[in-house]
Design a protein around this ligand. Structure first.
Ligand SMILES: NC(=O)C1=CN([C@@H]2O[C@H](COP(=O)(O)OP(=O)(O)OC[C@H]3O[C@@H](n4cnc5c(N)ncnc54)[C@H](O)[C@@H]3O)[C@@H](O)[C@H]2O)[C@@H](O)CC1
Ligand SMILES: [K+]
Length: 503
C-alpha cells in the first residue's frame, strides 16, 4: 500500500490531471464511487457535512450517489462562498437534483439527532491551520451527538493533519475513515487511532504501479508480503534453504544465541550453526536441530582456521545479540566480515544487530567491509550511536535520517520502533504489525533469527527484513487475541503456522 503525506497526494493528483489528463472532476467522481461501496446497503438515513474545498466536493458527490440510489440524504453546507471549482459543480448538481441542503448552524443539532449515518467532508489534505470558530463548533457537535450513529470521514478525519497526525485544535472522531490512494503518514501516529476508527484505502481510478515514480514509501499489507514469496521447489534439499552462521550469545547471555538459532530454524533455514563457547551446551538442549561451532574464548585464534572454512561455506552470517563488546568479540566479528564472497562465489549476506552495531559505532572502519551485503537492525538508541543524532532528532525525522544513513554506508536498514521502518536508501517500508505486549527481552534476537533465516532462503536482504518484521509483529498481534504477554518463545512456536497462512 502506498504511504504518503499531503504533498504526495497533491503530486499524485497533479500527475493524474496534468499527465494522464484525467479531469479532476472525474477523480472526484471515482473517489465518491469507491467511497459509497463501503456503505452498508441497509443504511438509509444520511447527513453529509460539507466544507468548501475538494473534501467537501467529495461530500456533495457522495450525497448525489446515495441520492440516486433513493437513499434519504440531507446535506449540511458549511459555506457556499469561495468553494473550490469541483466542489461548486457538485454543490450545484445537488441543488438541481433537489437534495435538501441546510445552512444554519442552529439546525445542525436536530439534523445530527435525526440521522443514522454521518459522512463528513469538512477538511482533508488541505487543512492548513488550527481549527477555530464555526468549524470548531461543528466538529464539537458531531463528536457530542454521535451516539448510535456511524461516523464516516472522507479521506482524513477533519482536524487531523495528514502529514504529522497532529490534532489541529479539534478533530472528528470517526468510526470509519475511507482515504484515497495513500495511507496517510499522519495515520501512523499511535495516539490518534481512536479518531481514525477503521481505515480503508481506496482507489480513485489510478494504477498503483504507474504512480510508483511519485511515491517511494509503502505501508506493509499481507498482499505485499505474499507477493515476495518464493515457492519451495519439491526436489530441493536442505542446502537450498541456506547455510546460516550465527555469532550470538556469550557467558551470561547464551539465551540470546539460542533464541536467534531457534527462530532461524523455525522460520525455515536449511542449516543453522552457532558460534559459541566450547563450554556452552545449552544450545543442544534448546535447539537440537542447530549445530554449534565451539570457540575457545581463552584463546580465540586457536580455531580461526576452521572458522574460515565455516565462513566460506555460509550464505548468511548473523552477528550481534548478546556477544558483548569485548576485544575478543570484536576479533571474531572482524573475522566473520573479512570475506565478501563464499565458496560458491556469492556475496555472504550479513545481518547485524545489538552489540555488532555497538562495535560498529566504535570501529567505523568496519563499514567498508559490510557495504552492499548487509542489513543493520538497530533500535533508536543503537541508531543514535551509529548516526550521532539524538533519539529525539531521529524520532522527529526518522525517514530522512534512515534513508541518508542507508545511502551513505550502502547498507539496508531496519529501524525498530513503534512503526518499524525498513529502507535500502531509496524506498521506505513501514511495518503495520506489532504491539506493546511484545516489548520484552529476546524479541530483537528472535527478529534477527527470522531475518537471517529468510536471507538463507534466497530472499534478498530488503525482502528478508520486510517479511521478517511483518511476520514477527503479525504473530504477536494474533497471539494478543488470546494472551496478554507475548515472549520470543511464543513467536518462535507460532511463526511457521503464520508463514503458512500468509504465503
Ligand atoms: N484534487 C483531486 O484530484 C482529488 C481530491 N480529493 C479530495 O480533495 C481533498 C483535498 O482538497 P483541498 O485541497 O481542496 O482541501 P480541503 O478540502 O481539505 O480543505 C481546503 C479548504 O479548507 C480551508 N481551510 C484549511 N484549513 C482551514 C482551517 N483551519 N479553518 C478553516 N478553513 C480551513 C481552505 O481555505 C480550503 O477552502 C482531499 O482530502 C480529498 O478528499 C478527492 O476528490 C480525490 C481527487
Ligand atoms: K474529512
Amino acid at each position: 500500500m502506498l504511504l504518503g503525506g499531503n504533498e504526495t497526494t497533491r503530486k499524485i493528483d497533479s500527475f493524474a490531471i496534468n499527465e494522464l489528463k484525467i479531469p479532476s472532476i472525474v477523480l472526484m467522481e471515482n473517489a465518491a464511487i469507491s467511497f459509497v461501496k463501503h456503505i452498508d446497503d441497509n443504511e438509509d438515513n444520511f447527513l453529509i457535512i460539507c466544507g468548501k474545498g475538494n473534501n467537501g466536493g467529495d461530500g456533495y458527490t457522495i450525497a448525489r450517489q446515495l441520492f440516486s440510489k433513493n437513499k434519504n440524504v440531507k446535506i449540511f453546507c458549511i459555506s457556499n462562498e469561495n468553494m473550490s471549482h469541483d466542489c461548486f459543480v457538485n454543490y450545484e448538481i445537488c441543488k438541481n437534483m433537489g437534495i435538501e441542503i441546510f445552512y444554519k448552524i442552529e439546525e445542525l443539532d436536530r439534523l445530527l439527532l435525526e440521522c443514522d449515518v454521518v459522512i463528513e467532508g469538512i477538511f482533508g489534505t488541505g487543512l492548513n491551520s488550527e481549527i477555530k470558530g464555526k468549524y470548531h463548533e461543528i466538529i464539537e457537535k458531531i463528536n457530542f451527538l454521535n451516539k448510535n450513529k456511524i461516523i464516516y470521514s472522507i479521506d482524513i478525519p477533519s482536524g487531523i493533519n495528514g502529514d504529522t497526525g497532529e490534532i489541529m485544535g479539534i478533530s472528528v472522531k470517526s468510526d470509519i475513515t475511507i482515504s484515497f490512494v495513500t495511507y496517510k503518514k499522519g495515520f501512523l501516529k499511535s495516539d490518534i487511532k481512536n479518531y481514525l476508527g477503521k481505515v480503508v484505502i481506496e482507489n480513485i481510478g489510478l494504477n498503483e504501479n504507474k504512480i510508483s515514480h511519485i511515491v517511494n514509501e509503502y505501508y506493509l499489507t499481507p498482499e505485499m508480503i505474499k507477493s515476495f514469496h518464493i515457492k519451495r521447489n519439491e526436489n530441493s534439499h536442505k542446502g537450498d534453504f541456506g547455510k546460516v552462521l550465527i555469532f550470538a550469545g556469550s557467558s551470561g547471555f547464551y539465551g540470546a544465541g539460542n533464541i536467534v538459532a531457534k527462530s532461524c530454524m523455525r522460520s525455515g533455514a536449511g542449516l543453522t550453526t552457532v558460534i559459541t563457547d566450547k563450554n556452552n551446551f545449552s544450545l543442544n538442549v534448546f535447539v537440537p536441530e542447530a549445530m554449534s561451532f565451539p570457540v575457545n574464548f581463552e584463546n580465540i585464534e586457536e580455531n580461526f582456521e576452521k572458522l574460515e572454512n565455516k565462513i566460506l561455506n555460509s550464505d548468511v552470517i548473523a552477528i550481534g545479540p548478546g556477544i558483548g563488546k569485548s576485544h575478543k568479540a570484536l576479533k571474531i566479528f572482524e573475522k566473520l566480515i573479512s570475506f565478501e564472497k563464499n565458496y560458491k562465489g556469492n556475496n555472504i549476506k550479513l545481518v547485524l544487530d545489538a552489540d555488532a552495531l555497538n562495535l560498529l559505532s566504535e570501529n567505523r572502519e568496519l563499514f567498508e567491509k559490510i557495504k552492499n551485503r548487509s542489513i543493520l537492525t538497530p533500535h533508536v538508541v543503537e541508531f543514535s550511536r551509529l548516526t550521532g543524532f539524538s533519539p529525539e532528532e531521529i524520532n522527529k525525522d526518522k525517514f530522512e535520517i534512515a534513508k541518508e544513513f542507508s545511502q551513505k554506508y550502502r547498507i539496508n536498514l531496519l529501524l525498530k520502533g513503534e512503526n518499524t521502518i525498513i529502507t535500502n536508501g531509496e524506498k521506505i517500508f513501514v511495518n503495520s504489525t506489532g504491539n506493546s505486549h511484545m516489548a520484552n527481552g529476546g524479541m530483537g534476537d528472535c527478529l534477527t533469527g527470522i531475518i537471517c533465516s529468510l536471507a538463507g532462503q534466497k530472499y534478498d536482504l530488503l525482502e528478508s527484513a520486510i517479511i521478517g518484521a511483518y511476520l514477527h509483529g503479525k504473530v504477536a498481534d494474533e497471539l494478543l487475541k488470546k494472551q496478554y504477554i507475548i515472549n520470543a518463545t511464543h513467536i518462535i512456536e507460532n511463526i511457521s503456522g503464520f508463514m503458512n497462512k500468509i504465503f
